[in-house]
Design a protein around this ligand. Structure first.
Ligand SMILES: [Zn+2]
Length: 270
């Protein structure tokens, strides 16, 4: 019990470091691309529960993560990969699990038309969970890799390095710089990003969105582990780092968007 209390208190000190994954731009972009691929019937059913585009709800979980009644969602923004490369959503002391189990729970609550039997507020909040969690689990720094050395800090990239002459957390750079610093000329315009990222054929889109949420989490683990080969504590890097590795951020954005669109269509195109 004492050990748990110490651990909980150590974890609590980490909370102020938690930022908005993908810097808000990524969340909005993923929802914007997904929006292009949801069916008219899905959109009509979403409109019964949302007052605005799904883009406007894409960062809601970040804004409400510490609000009364939503404290339990603090851990839902990150995925976990165990030593064997398998998704394991309950490995950290996070109560009822993190991104993957909570995504599965939200889908389960709504699927097979069950949303028709639920209150408007229940459907609304579960849609917001789905929009944000699919997005967050695709952010390269939002995966806790159990096999990384260095204890809790390094396992999801909270180590410090030098970026453009300033000391920054590696995790935070992937959250905030991995898109915006690669394409500064696009000035954060999500429609320009969307038009340049959403270039796949229907067949490619179907292939990228195939599988289950567990498959997606495993795929994210396999794709993103490499970021810990690319940078180490104390390294000095600058914007060229994210230009050099831009394919990862771009492919994670596109996969998240197509998987989100497929999930919403399967739930609401009925
Ligand atoms: Zn988040």
């Amino acid at each position: 019990m004492k050990k748990y209390a110490l651990l909980a208190s150590a974890l609590f000190t980490l909370l102020p470091q938690i930022s908005i994954a993908w810097g808000g731009l990524g969340h909005r972009l993923i929802a914007r691309i997904a929006e292009r691929h949801i069916t008219p019937r899905t959109q009509a059913n979403l409109d019964r529960y949302l007052d605005h585009s799904i883009v406007e709800y894409s960062t809601w979980m970040d804004e409400f993560r510490t609000s009364p009644g939503y404290e339990m969602t603090t851990w839902w923004h990150m995925g976990t990969i165990d030593e064997n490369g398998e998704p394991c959503g309950t490995i950290r002391p996070n109560g009822d699990g993190d991104a993957l189990p909570q995504l599965i729970n939200a889908v389960e609550r709504l699927k097979d038309g069950k949303w028709r039997e639920l209150s408007d507020s229940t459907v609304n909040v579960n849609i917001k969970y789905i929009i944000h969690i699919i997005s967050d689990m695709h952010c390269p720094a939002h995966i806790f890799f159990s096999d990384l050395p260095g204890g809790r800090e390094n396992r999801y990239g909270w180590f410090r390095l030098n970026y453009n002459g300033k000391t920054e957390a590696y995790h935070g750079l992937w959250d905030g710089k991995s898109l915006s610093d690669v394409h500064p000329e696009w000035k954060g315009d999500i429609d320009i990003f969307r038009d340049n990222f959403d270039t796949f054929t229907d067949d490619e889109r179907r292939a990228l969105s195939a599988g289950t949420p567990t498959d997606w989490m495993r795929d994210c683990g396999q794709s993103c582990h490499v970021i810990y080969d690319w940078a180490k504590p104390g390294d000095s890097i600058d914007a060229r780092f994210f230009v050099e590795h831009k394919e990862l951020a771009q492919s994670q954005i596109v996969k998240a968007a197509y998987r989100l669109a497929r999930t919403l269509n399967e739930l609401f195109d009925n």
